[in-house]
Design a protein around this ligand. Structure first.
Ligand SMILES: *[C@@H]1O[C@H](CO)[C@@H](O)[C@H](O)[C@H]1NC(C)=O
Ligand SMILES: *[C@@H]1O[C@H](CO)[C@@H](O)[C@H](O)[C@H]1NC(C)=O
Ligand SMILES: *[C@@H]1O[C@H](CO)[C@@H](O)[C@H](O)[C@H]1NC(C)=O
Ligand SMILES: [Zn+2]
Length: 249
């Protein structure tokens, strides 16, 4: 495992930083979208009680979005009704990505704990949904070479964001809406990879409908992270399973 720590190359280009280990595995940290005129709305920290509200609002607006899902954060991923809600997201064209098992800072862990934070949610996604997410968002956006090497060994990549609605750091809904307005007024990148949290009621009821309208008024295509990057959302995985004693946190 440690061989991956000897880097062969660390290449940065705009919104992507790629680490290649000597054993050939590589992982990229994406910090923005790649396609002009595309917007990827992302929602972290679920699943929780407002999850389906977000999915419904986005689907009704023709927006495909991305959920960075934890195994055990606000609630346990295996608890009803989350497995059904998440399967429904995929049917609707939304993307499910990993936000780790329990939302720890991945740069503060032992190798064993880091591995568990990556692998435990992937086991849940496979059992519940029959998918293995190709993307993981490190909590707090904290990532380092060891984290990227661990993701590379699993064929996964990391993704952060280039716009923060501020909904988890004290911004009011009015502040968040103003932040969207400011970004869209003179968007330097021509696209947007936006961080939001499905756990905030005012994000769901107020900021999200506003952001969708503002983006669509400016003719942005509202797409998943994978579409925004032109990459596949999932890695090969075995079929979903039916609920049994192992579905617990
Ligand atoms: C959204 O997802 C649906 C279902 O997969 C797909 O048909 C549609 O083209 C997607 N829309 C965009 C804008 O990517
Ligand atoms: C990088 O992350 C790993 C895994 O959490 C940690 O053990 C290591 O100390 C971190 N390295 C630095 C330089 O922060
Ligand atoms: C979420 O949807 C449920 C069911 O439609 C509704 O009762 C609830 O008020 C909604 N919550 C928010 C925060 O929008
Ligand atoms: Zn988070």
């Amino acid at each position: 495992m440690r061989t991956t720590l000897f880097l062969a190359a660390l290449v940065g280009s705009g919104t992507a930083l790629t680490l290649t280990a000597r054993d050939g595995t590589s992982a990229t940290l994406f910090t923005g979208c790649a396609k002009a005129g595309h917007a990827a709305l992302t929602f972290d920290d679920g699943p929780w009680q407002y999850h389906k509200n977000v999915s419904d609002i986005c689907t009704a607006a023709g927006a495909n979005v991305t959920f960075f899902i934890n195994g055990l954060n606000y609630d346990c991923i295996y608890n009803d009704p989350y497995p059904g809600w998440l399967a429904n997201d995929i049917e609707r064209g939304h993307q499910i990505a990993s936000h780790t098992w329990s939302h720890k800072d991945l740069t503060m862990l032992s190798q064993a704990d880091l591995d568990a934070e990556i692998d435990k949610p992937n086991i849940a996604f496979q059992k519940i949904l029959g998918v293995k997410p190709a993307f993981l968002r490190p909590p707090y956006g904290n990532c380092n070479d060891t984290v990227l090497a661990a993701l590379g060994q699993r064929g996964m990549n990391a993704a952060t964001w280039d716009f923060d609605s501020g909904d988890s750091t004290g911004s009011s809904a009015a502040d968040s809406k103003k932040a969207y307005d400011q970004r869209l007024a003179s968007n330097p990148t021509g696209n947007i990879l936006a961080l939001n949290h499905e756990t905030m009621a005012s994000t769901v009821t107020d900021v999200l409908p506003y952001a969708i309208s503002a983006l669509q008024a400016k003719k942005y295509k509202l797409v998943t992270l994978a579409t925004c990057l032109g990459l596949a959302p999932y890695l090969p995985a075995s079929a979903a399973e039916t609920s049994d004693f192992s579905w617990h946190c």
